[in-house]
Design a protein around this ligand. Structure first.
Ligand code: FAD
Length: 440
């Protein structure tokens, strides 16, 4: 067979997809706009670490990469909530033994690049795609050797939220496209290891300082530091705009995140030097034109609050590979099947991620919300087959995102009624749990 496939972008999704396709016998060439991150001193781009969970792990497992990836992971079995006084409260994400993983974006990308090359993929770095003719399956690149045109049988756009392939679709007919920025942006900060070389706070948790309209989070790194991210509106009363100088930044942090300030000796340096970036949701359709297809963020960039963007992109690759297993080889029809299967799930996770911002920055500190989670946990313990709460359904199962969203909505309607029972705060243990489950 050996048909030629071009993959645009050798980020997380592009490199994983390249491995899947090479293992199916395709001659894969990946073109990455940046230099080789294994040889150059660049970070892999935005966000230094990420939460890897079941769907992403399942795709990696399908390629036998579980052990190598596991070595790069720090398990986070729950959220550690920091209140204004610095008191801590740990909320498990799921059952005993369930956890999400903090993994370095650069480290994971390096591993996938190595594995892609081992599988026979040729990766061209410093090749930025500037145009694609999707009718003739020809991609055009700026490269150190000048302008290049590359023809192939199939092209995959794994070139992220600002995809060149998607831009070419947009110039064609009947392509739907919507991009939406939320009002908040983010800035990365840093908690270094302590003087003794230890983690400054518990490494086995995703730390959250929820403060209503904004929040701070921290995820552990293998070098015993934490990557900290401040999510804050760009404009308004408490916003990036309202912090114009060091004095204002320090006053804000001392008021809102007092327990974190002593852990961040480089706070002002990081705040002043690290970029403030926007958070976008991209929805578009169709993903496939002829033999060209969008995948990962290029097809469905989402806000990061469910920790699912990469996981969803990895699941795209796995679903495509399963379709190849069922139908034999790449074709326009198979690519259409892939988009029809994945689009409802991409829509669902985009909505869930937007909703989870409210949950993380606001609700996790609300006693009523905490009680609801407690009741749902009990329902799950008593009726594990019938009641799986939404977060574990999204994070620890591979139920389709669209089904998880639908079940989650039904559960929420039921829980809205349960939470209105008079005296629920004390009476919840005596609820008729079976009749609650039977409402599903
Ligand atoms: P990208 O990672 O954007 O990779 C695209 C690649 O294509 C890059 O290497 C880029 O250089 C290259 N490229 C771009 N344009 C061109 C071009 N024209 N020509 C050639 N190459 C090109 N997801 C999770 O699952 N868990 C998390 O915890 C999580 N946290 C996040 C936190 C933040 C702050 C953000 C912003 C995102 C987070 N995500 C998370 C989402 C995750 O980062 C993305 O979903 C994931 O990176 C998508 O991978 P991708 O390969 O599709 O796109």
């Amino acid at each position: 067979m050996s048909r030629k496939v071009t993959v645009l972008g050798a980020g997380l999704v592009g490199s994983l997809l390249s491995i899947f396709l090479a293992k199916r016998g395709y001659k894969v060439e990946a073109f990455e706009g940046r230099p080789d991150l294994r040889k150059s001193d660049i970070s892999a781009g935005r966000s230094i670490n990420l939460a890897l969970s079941h769907r992403g792990i399942k795709a990696l497992n399908a390629l036998g990469l579980n052990e190598e990836v596991k070595e790069r992971c720090i398990p986070m079995p729950g959220r550690m909530i920091h209140d204004l006084e610095g008191s801590l409260d740990f909320h498990p994400y799921g059952k005993e033994g369930q956890f999400i993983n903090s993994v370095s974006r650069g480290g994971l990308n390096e591993l996938l690049l190595d594995e892609a090359e081992k599988a026979g993929v040729t990766i061209h770095f410093n090749h930025k795609c500037n145009d694609v003719n999707y009718r003739t399956t020809e991609a055009h690149f700026h490269s150190p050797e000048g302008e290049k045109a590359v023809s192939s049988d199939f092209i995959f756009g794994a070139d992220g939220a600002f995809s060149a392939l998607r831009n070419s679709f947009m110039r064609g007919e009947r392509f739907n496209y919507e991009q939406h920025y939320i009002t908040a942006g983010y800035k990365e900060l840093h908690i270094p290891p302590t003087e003794n070389g230890e983690f400054a706070i518990d490494p086995n948790a995703l730390h959250i300082w929820p403060r209503g309209k904004f929040m701070l989070i921290a995820l552990p790194n293998l070098d015993k530091s934490f990557t900290v991210t401040l999510f804050l509106p760009f404009e308004g009363e408490t916003s990036f705009e309202s912090l114009p100088n060091d004095e204002a930044v320090l006053a804000f942090f001392n008021k809102e995140f007092a327990d974190a300030v002593p852990l961040m000796p480089e706070l002002l340096h990081d705040f002043n030097n690290n970029p403030t970036s926007g958070l976008v949701t991209v929805r578009c359709y169709p993903w496939t034109r002829g033999n060209c297809t969008l995948i990962g963020d290029a097809a469905h960039a989402i806000v990061p609050f469910y920790g699912q963007g990469m996981n969803a992109g990895f699941e795209d690759c796995h679903v495509l590979d399963q379709l190849l297993g069922e139908h034999g080889e790449l074709s326009t029809e198979l690519l259409k099947k892939y988009q029809e299967l994945r689009k409802p799930d991409a829509e669902a996770i985009a909505d869930l991620a937007l909703y989870n911002f409210i949950e993380m920055r606001d609700k996790v500190a609300d006693p009523k919300f905490i009680l609801q989670k407690k009741i749902e946990k009990r329902l799950n313990e008593l009726f594990p087959e019938q009641w799986l709460p939404l977060y574990p359904m999204v994070t620890f199962s591979d139920l389709r995102y669209s089904e998880a969203l639908e079940i989650g909505r039904k559960q929420q309607q039921i829980m809205n009624k349960v939470m209105e029972y008079p005296g629920i705060e004390v009476a919840w243990e005596n609820l008729d749990f079976e009749s609650i489950v039977n409402q599903l």
